[in-house]
Design a protein around this ligand. Structure first.
Ligand SMILES: [Mg+2]
Length: 290
């Protein structure tokens, strides 16, 4: 009798998590209850995970220190930012290029690390990330560079929260201004772009069916995960609310109030439904489990 063929996915199935930060493990300076325990459990059980943030402002080291302050002990290799994804992407598109940057330390550091020089004249790219150091003079120079042929790159296009008193207009708002002024469309690397979503999975050495994205924002985390065929978990501890879920044509696989409600043991037993196959034309999307 022939030996049955081993299905490597089934036999050695592992699960790894891509975890958004703001709204999932902390809100402002406050840790979300249960986040420390969730991360400690992942580490104890050697479950691969990566914090995936569209915030390009900080370096890996700075993020590690920020997390330690709220009781989450991780290493630099647990952090993957849109600044890192952007620098990696540009280095693959045009090695040793030059960039004019509207952004801060994390972005400049990542670009330098990937062989990029920061240029004040004739840059290959204008790269825009999150930050508070922007001046109108910098915006004007960026506009001139783009009009002269520099390509416009966004680390991310996160929607501005549109809340009075909110201190961050968001990279999306800065990009909207530059696009309007230049008539050029920016290319965005951060979530939900497949560029960052795929780079993060590869960074963890996971297969598509092994990857789970946890996030609080439908437009970035969940959309990015859905597009890649990853399983997705939406937490309601951040920007998304139950009331606004109906506005989207896609759904997460699992909806929980917070990270502490994620049934980790279910994932570890391998009982979780496999990543979705692409929907056929005219087929209704699968309902989220409640
Ligand atoms: Mg978030």
């Amino acid at each position: 009798m022939k030996e049955p063929k081993l299905n490597p996915l089934r036999t050695y199935r592992k699960t790894g998590f891509l975890i958004d930060m703001d709204g999932v493990i902390y809100r402002g300076a406050q840790v979300i209850p249960g986040a420390q325990k969730f991360i400690a459990t992942l580490k104890e059980r050697s479950i691969p995970f990566l914090f995936l943030t569209n915030n390009s402002r900080f370096t890996q080291r700075e993020m590690v220190i920020k997390l330690r302050r709220i009781g989450i002990k991780v290493e630099e290799h647990h952090i993957f930012t849109s600044a890192m994804a952007t620098a990696e992407f540009l280095a693959s598109q045009k090695p040793h290029g030059t960039a004019y940057v509207l952004g801060e330390g994390g972005l400049v550091f990542s670009l330098n690390e990937h062989g990029y020089a920061i240029a004040e004249h004739d840059p290959d790219y204008v790269v825009v990330g999150e930050g508070r150091s922007l001046t109108l003079e910098m915006v004007e120079r960026a506009i001139d560079f783009v009009l002269e042929g520099a390509k416009l790159i966004a680390t991310n296009l996160d929607p501005a929260p549109r809340i009075k008193g909110w201190m961050k207009p968001g990279t999306g708002a800065i990009i909207a201004m530059l696009e309007e002024a230049t008539g050029k469309k920016a290319f965005s690397v951060g979530k939900p772009s497949p560029v960052m979503m795929r780079a993060a999975r590869k960074y963890l050495q996971l297969e598509t069916a092994e990857t789970v994205m946890i996030g609080d924002t439908m437009e970035t985390d969940i959309l990015g995960g859905v597009q890649m065929g990853y399983r997705t978990i939406l937490v309601l501890s951040g920007s998304a609310t139950r009331a606004t879920l109906g506005n989207f044509a896609f759904r997460p696989d699992l909806l929980v109030n917070s990270i502490s409600d994620i049934p980790l043991e279910v994932f570890m037993k391998g009982d979780v439904p496999p990543a979705k196959r692409p929907a056929r034309r005219g087929e209704a999307p699968r309902r989220a489990r409640r």
